[in-house]
Design a protein around this ligand. Structure first.
Ligand code: DX5
Ligand code: ZN
Length: 224
């Protein structure tokens, strides 16, 4: 199956966010990745439902919201109403992931579970029958533009083989430091969806997406 690319608008120019969204969509981004940070779970503040709602009418490309917040359960309804298609929540947040995942599903949105680089794969296992997405972080969350952590590659391979062995309907997403030079390793390790922020925005969006797609698809073909 072809690799999907989720363009993270955190690295877009916010003074012309609408144009940047359209550039990514026109360049064939499969998803738009929305990084939500609360200044508490991570030391940065980004966007909330107001921004999501503002850009929702611009495209039908799915909105993939990544909640880096302490209490994700408090924001499910607001993001669902703003029009996101999936919501991924950290296993490290302060909640019962089973309950939050059920609430996301109940709101008509696809749920996903996220693992920080230091969190072992086993922590995701109890939720994998309940989610549509597993997101493995390859940077510590909080900021775009950080260096890719190759030490997480074994966890991506472990997740791929677990999903396949158990025939789970879970897409494996990887986020952090993915650009044309790291995309092959991530796709080769078994990712289905590559998130890229500074590898896509703000300039040469079409070229950046095309280059990531090319190396990722080559690596994925080599895998099967
Ligand atoms: C990091 C965010 C990422 C980030 C990716 O906390 O979750 O989605 O925007 O940006 P790059 O691709 O620049 O690492
Ligand atoms: Zn993210």
């Amino acid at each position: 199956m072809a690799i999907k690319i989720a363009a993270s608008i955190l690295s877009a120019r916010f003074d012309r966010l609408g144009e940047q969204v359209k550039e990514a969509v026109d360049a064939g981004a499969d998803l738009l990745h929305l990084d939500v940070m609360d200044g508490h779970f991570v030391p940065n503040l980004t966007m909330g439902p107001v921004i999501v709602k503002a850009i929702r009418p611009l495209t039908r490309v799915p909105f993939d919201a990544h909640l880096m917040v302490t209490r994700p359960q408090d924001f499910v309804k607001a993001f669902a109403e703003a029009g996101v298609d999936d919501l991924t929540v950290h296993v490290e947040s302060d909640h019962d992931p089973h309950t939050t995942i059920a609430a996301i599903r109940e709101a008509g949105v696809k749920p996903g579970i996220v693992l920080n680089p230091a969190t072992p794969f086993e922590k995701a296992v109890p939720y994998l029958k309940e989610v549509d997405l597993l997101l493995v972080m390859t940077v510590h969350p909080g900021f775009a533009g950080q260096a890719f952590r190759a030490d997480v590659l074994p966890k991506i391979r472990e997740a791929r083989s677990f999903i396949d062995r158990n025939r789970l309907r879970v897409e494996l997403q990887v986020d952090g430091g993915i650009k044309a030079d790291t995309a092959a390793a991530v796709a080769g390790a078994g990712a289905d969806i590559l998130v890229s922020g500074s590898g896509v925005f703000p300039d040469h969006v079409a070229e950046n997406i095309a280059r990531i797609r090319k190396v990722a698809d080559e690596a994925a073909r080599g895998r099967s």
